[in-house]
Design a binder for this molecule. Sequence first.
Ligand code: THU
Length: 160
Amino acid sequence: MQKKYEFDYELLDHAGLLSAQDQVLLNEAIQATQTAYAPYSNFKVGAAALLSTGQIVIGSNQESASFPVGICAERTLLNSVGSQYSNATIVSMAISYDPLNKPSTAPISPCGMCRQSLLDYENRYHAPIKIILAGKSGQVMVIPSASHLLPFGFDGSILK
Ligand code: THU
């Protein structure tokens, strides 16, 4: 039996076409890039989450002299929300980046480890996280659920 996996997402020409709430969140993610510690890659990533309580929490990549120890912005944020705001859920997350001396004019997409962590979080709280991806300017992608980014992801249900 032949099957197909597909999902709907939005591609906007610029951030001004986002809802006011999503524009605020994206601006928080852009600002959060400046809290990154990225002396090795010089690639600063910022993420901002809107919680069900209305609060916005930010995260950024934090690198290590022992490179694999470093952590991406998305997982910094998910771990922070999971531990400090365990009674809230994440409604949406914006992700942006500031690469030293290079343009930031197109969306970047979360790495594989972060996709797993996003899926873990969605499954833990039984709620989709809307993902907003953009550079400091240019087109914006809006993906209705992080689960779309990890087709056939491991959800741990077999461990129970
Ligand atoms: N990085 C993130 O923080 N998020 C992503 O989605 C992609 C990559 C970080 C990891 C590392 O500190 C730097 O960007 C270069 O890979």
